[in-house]
Design a protein around this ligand. Sequence first.
Ligand SMILES: Nc1ncnc2c1ncn2[C@@H]1O[C@H](COP(=O)(O)OP(=O)(O)OP(=O)(O)O)[C@@H](O)[C@H]1O
Ligand SMILES: [Mg+2]
Length: 698
Amino acid sequence: MLNAREQFFNGGNGDGSVAAGLGLGIEITEYGVSNGGRVYNTTTVPMTSASSWRTTTTTTNSTGNATASTTPSSAQVSSSAVVTKTPLEPVAEEDVHFDTDALSNLPARDPVDIEFKELSLTVNLGFNRGSKEILHNVNGKFPGSQLIAIMGPSGAGKSTLLDALSGFKTTGVDGSILLNGRRRDLPSFRRMSCYITQDDRLQPLLTVNENMHIAADLKLGENVSYEEKETRIEDILLLLGLYDHDQTLTMRLSGGQKKRLSIAMELINNPTVMFLDEPTTGLDSSSCTKVLELLKKLTSQGRTIICTIHQPTAKLFQIFDQVYVLSAGNCVYQGGTEKLVPFLQAVDLPCPMYHNPADYIIELACGEYGYDKIDTLKSATENGSCLTWFNNPSAVMRAETLMRKNPIPRRTKTRSLENTSYTNQCSVLLRRGYIKAKRDTTMTHLRIGVNIAVAILFGAIYDHTGAEGSRVLDNYNLLFAILMHHSMTTMMLTVLTFPIEMSILLKEHFNRWYSLKAYYTSMTLVDLPISIISCFLFTAIIYLWSYQPMEWVRFWMFFAISLLTVFVGHSFGLMIGAWFDVTNGTFLAPVLTIPQMMFAGFGVTLRDLPSYLKWGSHVSYLRYGLEGFIAAIYGLDRGVLPCDEAPYCHYRYPKKFLEEITMSGDQFWNDVLALSAMTVIFRLISFIVLKAKIKSVR
Ligand SMILES: Nc1ncnc2c1ncn2[C@@H]1O[C@H](COP(=O)(O)OP(=O)(O)OP(=O)(O)O)[C@@H](O)[C@H]1O
Ligand SMILES: [Mg+2]
């Protein structure tokens, strides 16, 4: 069974197909400066003026062209700004150039010291299985402006410690976490920190630039001007060596570039504390060095960067300021990277000559040299309380000193964790949804294509059935086939694609990019035009080709029922997609549709249903769909049908046919009402399920 963190990071479905980081925005109160009368969103860091951001007198217009006098650093910025804005092929990682001058444009942060005492984390193993403690009263201190590595063998609890410290995991966490000596206030900590996961959960169909703009619009809000956002984006892209790829689709980026894009998106609101889970896994050694060097540079501006890492090379290991080694949920070393060898010497476990100390401590932590050594190390570090092996132990401030040095952070009045308003979130998400829909081959192009193709196929098979008295039963079959097409295609498409979308939703929602309500609203609205267009094309083709009655009112009735069936199918799929993973969803969706078919009144008429199963027909949306179609085609007192193709037409009187199938043909509005109600109910349930799912992974 997947644990909560795995569920979260794998999109709750265990497929792990898409991934990304978690960004948490920024505490504003301490930086609540306004710039030239500009009003900044109260929960975002105000952009420093374009000049201070860029540290030059350069003014940068929206197209990225820089003008006017510049310092050497901005000259570099301006020249690169003019050169490339065209789509480029991804370059090899070796060619990446990090523009460290751009770093000076990122506003510096006041360092934050993180300390944890007697921290334990217990997980519930499920019904009747008890619980398991993963972290065992560990202690630690991560001073500000440092790059800290959390190391240890696989399963030691590195990611769990990161989850607990970042506030991602709150259930089962015991002990105290202090920020600058004070107890951590989770909402404000979430505003000032970000969490970048191992896998990059990014929107694949958006370019780097579009992803950055969406992140900026959601994190910085409408009060920050476009030019300022553009300037910040340019600087970050230059800093991370992504500027030349800003027109490249995210799905075409290399692994290292995706990793850097994840970091870039979180840097937009300039977090003070950054948590990264295995930022170097999957990267070649040169990319690893570059990512770590970049992180190291970011710490120079007051950021505290904590990342988990697997067996770094000696060269990579040296880049870190401090290292925290875990072994089966206990601390076996905490201190400077340079002090590791003296520490091992002091505990009588000297690192062999020509042996990478990082490798050696992990071997010790694995128990390769005996489990008694782990106990020796644990007691030597006092499970993380011992500060002797810090680079400069005398400079490490006690909690009281830190409290005195740092004023009490001002509390923000807003309860919402998101940085921008609901309407801004909706409009940005709608914009993103529109871009995605335009490029999405499955959800848009294939869906429209399939609707046209199936309509043509049905048209060819059921040619003329709507107008011929001898083919009423064929037409009835056609109506049911259309109903199945509308409900199944949208349902299955949603069941198959939503879990992937869900993984991004989980990450971005935890990142405080937007509320679930805004996401849900925009998702519903983005789907509307595609549903309407594909349904209309299908209806027009099949209606004309099968010679249904040429009356506008009947056509619109037919279209309305088709569209409502599409909506119900989509909502039903959403409910299943939100609840189950792709495998279970793909199995369950058709299985749950079969009883709906049985109760639709097709095959077994509503009259012939056993009385104790009659309720089934009231909850079957296919029944309302079928009844609605019958009302549109054979209701409204339709006249006698022509009987040209056979000597005898049993159902040439529509009334007779209606009697036979026990439908009255005048239930159209009731059917519309029932289908609408079902859409709303399924949507509500999906929303509740989504909300519960988001809660459950924490
Ligand atoms: N919800 C859970 N239920 C049961 N066990 C869990 C749960 N979450 C974590 N664990 C266990 O806790 C231990 C630590 O897990 P964690 O993911 O923190 O390890 P890690 O050090 O990050 O390992 P890796 O280097 O492989 O990523 C593992 O043994 C894992 O199986
Ligand atoms: Mg891990």
